[in-house]
Design a protein around this ligand. Structure first.
Ligand code: SAM
Length: 298
């Protein structure tokens, strides 16, 4: 099944302010948002897309033949090194993974089908989940599960993972999910018991929160006055980092300098905490945690 784009109508309505403008889709995925951008701009408008995953790049090359479209195999944390002149009209970030990542067990994100202990978004990255499990200690792992997965039973799970891994009992993602399930005393009703742990491991391994902050900071230099940055997040850590990235900056002077403290506001909030409609929630379960924020350069 292909990925179903989240908040599609709403995000593109906010993003496009000039139909002959320059746009960046920083997270191409399977191109749901890119397609809509291309359908909304004129032939004079251009769209550059990025993705860190080689599968997304292959998909784009096969399916997106539009003359005003190009794609680069790159992380948005390297936005400053892409070949696009500044003065971009809009940049879209749709964070996280695509459904296709979970559907392909060979990528190691699925707890429903056995796959390798991998979980890399960018296959050029040398460190896989397996390499990380070989070296991590129980306390560090527990902190990661708590911080990135909000997993309340992080200590128990962490010890179970490390002991079972050392005993050679975790050879694939199903083994890992079973160990997590067995170590929990309280099983959640609505989600798989391994959901939070898998999420935490993935976010940590791919350095997702750090990259999000770097990517958003770099996007501020590319966007023109009146241009917009649209961010779709899927959990509170992402959303908080998005909000903080665009918060006005305070400049405080030492007492001996006779200047008032200043607040520098580079962006105004155009939309905050936009959530999917009931119809979208019914159609696409993955959209249930989505939150969109839109910022405009002033
Ligand atoms: C939620 S999906 C995007 C879906 C897309 N909007 C669509 O409609 O098909 C997120 C995508 O971001 C990519 N990604 C994750 N981290 C990235 C990063 N640091 N830089 C670029 N792409 C990244 C993932 O590989 C994935 O394809």
């Amino acid at each position: 099944m292909l990925h179903s784009p989240v908040l599609l109508e709403e995000s593109i309505r906010y993003l496009i302010t000039n139909t002959s403008g320059k746009y960046i889709d920083a997270t191409f995925g399977r191109g749901g948002h890119s397609r809509k951008i291309l359908d909304s701009i004129s032939k004079d408008g251009v769209l550059l897309a990025l993705d860190k995953d080689i599968e997304a790049i292959r998909f784009a090359k096969e399916n997106f033949k539009d003359k005003n479209f190009s794609i680069k195999h790159s992380g948005f944390e390297d936005l400053d090194s892409i070949n696009i002149a500044k003065q971009v009209d809009g940049i879209l970030f749709d964070f996280g993974l695509c459904s296709t990542h979970y559907d392909d067990p060979s990528r190691g994100f699925s707890f429903n089908e056995a796959g390798p202990l991998d979980m890399r978004i960018d296959l050029r990255q040398p460190k896989k989940l397996e390499d990380f499990l070989k070296t991590i200690d129980a306390e560090t792992l527990a902190n990661i599960l708590y911080q990135y997965g909000d997993e309340k039973e992080s200590r128990k799970i962490s010890h179970a993972i490390i002991d079972s891994y050392k005993d050679g009992k975790i050879l694939n993602t199903i083994d890992l999910a079973k160990v997590i399930k067995k170590s929990k005393t309280r099983l959640p009703n609505k989600i798989h018991p391994a959901t939070k742990t898998f999420q935490a491991l993935r976010i940590y391994l791919n350095d997702e929160i750090n990259n999000l902050k770097i990517g958003l900071n770099k996007s501020k230099d590319l966007i023109k006055t009146g241009g917009r940055i649209v961010c779709i997040s899927f959990h509170s850590l992402e959303d908080r980092s998005v909000k903080q990235s665009f918060a006005p900056k305070k400049i405080s002077y030492p007492k001996e300098i006779p200047l008032n403290n200043e607040i520098i506001k580079e962006f105004k909030v155009v939309a905050k905490k936009i959530k999917p409609s009931v119809t979208e929630l019914q159609r696409n379960r993955r959209s249930r945690s989505a939150i969109m924020r839109v910022f405009e350069k002033i």
